[in-house]
Design a protein around this ligand. Structure first.
Ligand code: ADP
Length: 175
């Protein structure tokens, strides 16, 4: 399926309409891909996040929800910030919450008129989601979505080859 691109790289360098950030509910930046996006995208992103916190989410962005900001100085025009579930805290809702991150981000991308979007492996870093389980959910959710939207392209960007290989192996039988 050439509407789904699976690659290794730094998501901040993706030349697409919108990239997704695996943020935390504070929206104030953090480690991992969140830190990388804020560093590469500059102060405009943080400024936009502060505004969202103040005006829409004073208590923080709930898990599974997503919001959009400018891409600042990134090649991407926009950044969608979503909060993945913390694996050891999400209990029976883990899969649903992780799928919501992907669905809500895709919905926003459509609203923005974006034809391409790049995702990191949400929750698989500091938030501890098992990579095989997350691969299954991410891939199925995106594949289902693309069945309705054949004008869009979705990239999964992995930070290293090992993570990409785990993803490819997990989804192999589903392609
Ligand atoms: P979370 O808190 O949701 O687990 P992390 O940022 O800790 O988020 O990790 C999510 C995934 O993003 C991890 O698999 C990590 O390897 C990956 N990652 C970290 N930096 C980047 C980057 N610059 N580009 C793409 N993926 C990245």
């Amino acid at each position: 399926m050439d509407k789904i691109i699976i690659k290794t790289g730094d998501i901040t360098k993706e030349n697409v309409c919108v990239i997704v950030n695996a943020a935390n509910s504070s929206l104030m930046g953090g480690g991992g891909v969140d830190g990388a996006i804020h560093r590469a995208g500059g102060a405009q992103i943080l400024e936009a996040c502060r505004k969202i916190r103040k005006e829409q989410y004073p208590d923080g962005l709930p898990t599974g929800e997503a919001v959009v900001t400018t891409g600042g100085s990134l090649p991407a025009k926009y950044v969608i910030h979503t909060v993945g579930p913390v694996y050891h805290q999400c209990g029976d809702n883990c899969a649903l919450l992780l799928a919501s991150c992907y669905i809500n981000a895709l919905k926003i991308a459509v609203e923005l008129g974006c034809k391409d979007i790049a995702f990191p492996a949400i929750s698989t870093g500091i938030y501890g989601y098992p990579k095989e389980k997350s691969a299954q959910i991410a891939y199925e959710t995106v594949k289902d979505f693309l069945e309705e939207r054949d004008d869009m392209k979705v990239s999964f960007v992995f930070h290293n080859n090992k993570n990409k290989e785990i993803f490819l192996k997990t989804i192999q039988e589903k392609r």
